[in-house]
Design a protein around this ligand. Structure first.
Ligand code: C2E
Ligand code: MG
Ligand code: MG
Length: 699
């Protein structure tokens, strides 16, 4: 009975032992870690199933096999060293290291080894090794290493989270933008935005990112120091496993210096280099699109033509660098007055164009919208500019026009805005004018006249007429040369119809030179003839001529070339010339006086007629304007004026001549008041030279 009980206890404990051995065996065999025991002879003594699977062989083929057979060639030297070291070392702490291993089929894997030395007898020890496959980890690590090397590359890199907030930037990014990582992390990349791209540009970018997961292009960005620069930008969307957006990765290259030729050409082709604004070509492109879309949606669009007032003077006085600075600042200010989608372009020089889209469908309302923007720009540009050390104030003239369903095309649109701008200039500058069709007709007529005038100069269509000037006994003292244009279709054209335009366009300079030449040639002929040798010739000069540099030299040269007596040439500036710049005028007149030329002041009485400046001028004669002579007989105040002028002339010891004398009565009254010289139809009309000389011969 006792024995039976003992047997039973043994059986139970044996069963329990078996169970625990099985449990241990399962644990050993199927643990997620490979276990290998290696003998001191470096043979595999024991190995679990996980390790067998790792090495790719059945257990029977592995036991008593050299472990080093499974160490890759590259790591075999290292393994041998480690192995011997471990067997010899005294302390029993475990050793860990990574090893590149080869499976039975020759494929490679990376293993992480934890090794423990166990002494079985005094002379024999074993090595127990736990072995984990870390291939995936290694690959991930390598990838990470590659990624971080790539990240720190030449190109600027920026990574944002799904919300578009910056989470990482590399060193090149900081180099390009001037922002350190700390300054930008957590911020939106829009802090780099230059403001030079419109909403449409960004909309297209987002569209591409959404549809293709990718955008590439050139873009103007702004550095921390405010400098705007061109960069080549690639943005890639990074999705997570579920296809949800996880990051945006941007690669940016500063192409200021190293733009590829194609980029360069594109930038040069479409953007103004100085201000970075779209140039004329890009503006025209956009205008075409705008015209099309406005005729589709029925909304008005508008363009504003801006021309800085007196920009040339700034350039001439403070230099081109300052001028450039102004243009850049003007560009930014105009941009600040318009919406994102509007275009601000620079046409060149000091000309800018603003294109507004999507205005009201009602032309009047649209015009008000355009005007509002124009006024805003005027006000903004009227504020003081800081140009280096100079404080500068300026104004701008703006011409505006609307387009919707525009029939006439781009060129006309431009011309209209240009015409309106010109009108704004004419009406005193610093103002805005809308285009109106009547204005266009008159401008067109002017343009035609200007072209014909140029033709006239080239083809010698001018002629001088001569009107006699006489003394109180009707003796001829000389003549005034009066210009006529022999127009091939219109016949004789009087100066009133073309001299003002010639003055405005500067064409009066070549015309005036021709008059001077012709007058000098005639004086020479008169001078060489006994009957005409004392005749003087009066020549009208315009302000433009008078203020032209080299005018004195030109007169002197003409007189010398023709060998004429300077005293016979009389120049007739009008009062208005003198008012423009008194000091310069006095200097010019004195210089001419020194070489013997004399002066008659034309149209006297119609300007300021101040004694103050008359005293300063080296004049010989005052010419009473014909408007006072015309009604002399009936108008008391004209009589008073004429008497005052004559008294004034006498007090300054100047000769006085009356022009426009048509009647004997006028002549009589003038003479009674002390005027002894006359010119007018009463004595002779202006006539061509042959007729004039015939008249002289008759006496
Ligand atoms: P102005 O110098 O005051 O010339 C006098 C104008 O009065 C001339 O007009 C002349 O034909 C006109 N006239 C002369 N006598 C009489 C008269 O008894 N009754 C009336 N009603 N008119 C008379 P014209 O030739 O048409 O010239 C007009 C203006 O054109 C001139 O005024 C002068 O300012 C300008 N002009 C003429 N020739 C030249 C020129 O060669 N160069 C420049 N810059 N201007 C010129
Ligand atoms: Mg005259
Ligand atoms: Mg006159």
């Amino acid at each position: 009975m006792e024995l039976e009980m003992q047997n039973e206890a043994l059986r139970v404990s044996q069963a329990a032992m078996e169970l625990s051995r099985d449990r241990y065996a399962d644990l050993f065999e199927f643990a997620p870690v490979g276990y290998v025991t290696i003998s001191a002879q470096a043979m595999i003594a024991e190995i679990n199933l996980t390790a067998c699977e790792l090495l790719g062989l059945e257990r029977s083929k592995l036991v008593n096999c050299r472990f080093s057979k499974f160490v890759s060639e590259q790591d075999s030297g290292r393994w041998r060293m480690m192995f011997h070291k471990m067997l010899k070392q005294t302390e029993t702490a475990d050793q860990t290291f990574d090893l590149e291993m080869t499976r039975a089929d020759g494929s490679i894997f990376f293993a992480h080894l934890v090794c423990l030395r166990r002494e079985i007898t005094d002379v024999q020890s074993l090595l127990r090794i736990a072995l984990v496959d870390i291939t995936k980890l290694k690959i991930a690590e390598a990838k990470l290493r590659i990624a971080s090397t790539v990240f720190e590359s030449q190109e600027g890199m920026l990574v944002t989270d799904a919300e578009g907030l910056i989470i990482a930037v590399n060193a090149s990014f900081s180099g390009i933008t001037g922002y350190s990582a700390e300054e930008v992390i957590g911020k939106n990349p829009s802090l780099l935005s230059s403001g030079r791209h419109d909403a449409a540009f960004y909309a297209a970018m987002w569209d591409s990112l959404k549809r293709l997961g990718f955008w590439e292009g050139d873009i103007w960005n702004k550095r921390k120091n405010g400098e705007v620069y061109p960069e080549h930008l690639i943005i890639t969307v990074v999705n997570d496993q579920n296809g949800k957006i996880q990051n945006y990765v941007a690669t940016l290259t500063d192409i200021t210096m190293s733009r590829s030729a194609a980029d360069e050409i594109r930038l040069l082709a479409f953007y103004d280099q100085l201000t970075g604004l779209p140039n004329r070509r890009l503006l025209l492109d956009r205008l075409k699109l705008a015209l099309a879309s406005s005729s589709r949606n029925g909304k008005e669009g508008g363009i504003l033509f801006l021309d800085l007032d007196n920009f040339k003077t700034l350039n001439d006085t403070l230099g081109h660098d300052i001028g450039d600075q102004l243009l850049q600042q003007v560009a930014r200010r105009i941009e600040s007055c318009v919406r994102e989608g509007d275009t601000v372009a620079r046409l060149g020089g000091d000309e800018f164009v603003v294109m507004l889209e999507d205005l009201s469908e009602q032309p009047l309302e649209a015009a008000e919208q355009v005007e509002a923007v124009g006024k805003k720009i005027l006000a903004r540009l009227n504020q003081t500019f800081q140009l280096a050390t100079h404080e500068y104030r300026m104004s701008v003239s703006i011409g505006a026009t609307l387009f919707q369903n525009h029939q006439t095309g781009l060129d006309d649109l431009f011309r209209q805005a240009d015409i309106a701008m010109y009108q704004a200039k004419k009406e005193g500058r610093n103002t805005l004018r809308f285009f109106d069709p009547l204005m266009q007709a008159s401008i067109y007529a002017r343009a035609t006249l200007e072209a014909q005038l140029r033709d006239a100069i080239e083809h010698g269509q001018f002629q001088l007429y001569f009107q006699v000037q006489v003394d109180s006994s009707r003796r001829a003292l000389g003549a005034e040369a009066l210009l006529r244009w022999l127009h091939p279709e219109r016949g004789i054209v009087l100066p009133v119809h073309f001299v003002p335009l010639a003055e405005e366009t500067g064409l009066i300079l070549p015309i005036g030179n021709w008059v001077l030449e012709t007058a000098c040639a005639l004086l020479k002929v008169w001078q060489d003839d006994a009957s005409t040798r004392n005749l003087t010739l009066s020549v009208n000069v315009s302000a433009r001529q008078f203020h032209e540099a080299g005018f004195v030299a030109r007169v002197q040269e003409a007189m010398q070339r023709h060998g004429i007596n300077p005293g016979l040439l009389k120049l007739e500036p009008t009062e208005s010339i003198l008012l423009e710049n008194l000091d310069a005028t006095v200097a010019t007149m004195n210089a001419l006086k020194t070489i013997g030329v004399s002066f008659a002041l034309d149209d006297f009485g119609t300007g300021f007629s101040s004694l103050q400046y008359l005293k300063k001028l080296p004049l010989n004669q005052l010419k009473i304007d014909q408007s006072f002579v015309r009604d002399l007989a009936s108008d008391n105040s004209d009589q008073a004026i004429v008497r005052t002028i004559i008294a004034m002339a006498q007090s300054l010891s100047l000769e006085v001549i009356a022009e426009g004398v048509e009647t004997e009565e006028q002549r009589g009254m003038l003479q009674e008041s002390g005027c002894m010289h006359f010119q007018g139809y009463l004595f002779g009309r202006p006539v061509p030279i042959a007729e004039f000389e015939a008249l002289l011969a008759k006496g």
